[in-house]
Write a protein that binds this ligand. Structure first.
Ligand code: AMP
Ligand code: MN
Ligand code: MN
Ligand code: MN
Length: 279
């Protein structure tokens, strides 16, 4: 069980991934994944299709979502796993989070127009697979298309982040609400890619403590978007707080994500994998 190929965080076109939910599942299966969670940002709409495809292929599947949360004036991401995707509190909470995205996107576009880059909202919409879910990734792909930056990573160095054109402050869910919705729906809560949060060190420690107090269960120790040094650091955090450990790719699409589905490093063997509570 510890050595199974589990990948518990990835995206489809229902949020900012490049592949449909079915294509994500097929790629996971082809890559030898035993247990997959689809975790689109703030959205559950891809889960039924993904589950049906996984069941047809005989591959394990876990319902998931990656929730946008405000913490210390920054955004942190909390993955929910193994919940009832029809639970009213979760469904309503995620709708509320999604609903803020349109106005934010319009304001991002207005901010870019001020430096002479016009029509970005409309351009980004051409990359959106789900009209309820416009994200900075769609902006980034359009900015690459019009030659403003050479690739998506380069966009996020010069635009769309704090202090740069196209950045807009936004209030996401509170940590309390996010864990409340996940737990009400019977799921487990996981701190996503803690190595990528832009919080000060002390605020990250406060996040671990508050998350633990709220009954948060797990932390991503290995993520395709974190370094090997991060894995060592967050393995220590998992031991210290008694968190279960997750292993993920955070795959968004071929050519865009550094690590393919199911191809992340394995977890340190002394940690208890979060999937021991999901299968
Ligand atoms: P949003 O939820 O609209 O704020 O968009 C966040 C998404 O942007 C993340 O889930 C990533 O997919 C993408 N993103 C953020 N920072 C970077 C980065 N430095 N490089 C590539 N993609 C990024
Ligand atoms: Mn994303
Ligand atoms: Mn994330
Ligand atoms: Mn993600």
């Amino acid at each position: 069980m510890k050595t199974m190929n589990a990948d518990l965080h990835c995206h489809s076109t229902v949020s900012d991934g490049l592949l449909s939910p079915s294509a994500v599942v097929e790629r996971a299966h082809a890559n030898g994944v035993d247990l997959l969670a689809l975790t689109d940002h703030d959205e559950l709409a891809g889960l039924a299709e993904a589950r049906a495809r996984a069941e047809a292929l005989g591959m394990g599947f876990v319902d998931g979502a990656e929730l946008s949360v405000s913490w210390c004036d920054e955004t942190v991401h909390i993955v929910g796993l193994g919940f009832d995707p029809t639970h009213p509190a979760l469904v309503a909470g995620l709708k509320q989070v999604r609903d803020g995205r349109d106005t934010r996107a319009q304001r991002m576009s207005d901010d870019l127009a001020r430096i002479g880059i016009r029509g970005v909202f409309e351009g980004a919409m051409r990359y959106v697979g789900n009209p309820a879910l416009i994200s900075r990734s769609h902006f980034a792909r359009y900015l690459v298309e019009i030659g403003v930056a050479r690739d998506v990573a380069n966009v996020f160095e010069h635009y769309l982040v704090r202090g740069k054109p196209g950045f807009v402050e936004h209030e996401w869910a509170s940590l309390e609400d996010a864990l409340g919705w996940i737990h009400a729906a019977g799921g487990l809560a996981v701190i996503a890619h803690p190595g990528r949060t832009r919080c000060a060190k002390a605020d990250l420690v406060r996040l671990f403590e508050r998350f633990k107090d709220l009954g948060g269960e797990a932390i991503e120790v290995v993520s395709g978007t974190q370094s090997g040094a991060d894995a060592l650091e967050f393995a220590r955090v998992a031991r210290r707080y008694g968190f279960l450990a997750s292993r993920v790719s955070d795959f968004h699409g071929p050519g865009e994500s550094a690590v393919d589905i199911g191809r992340s490093e394995m977890l340190p063997p002394d940690l208890t994998p979060v999937w021991t509570r999901l299968v």
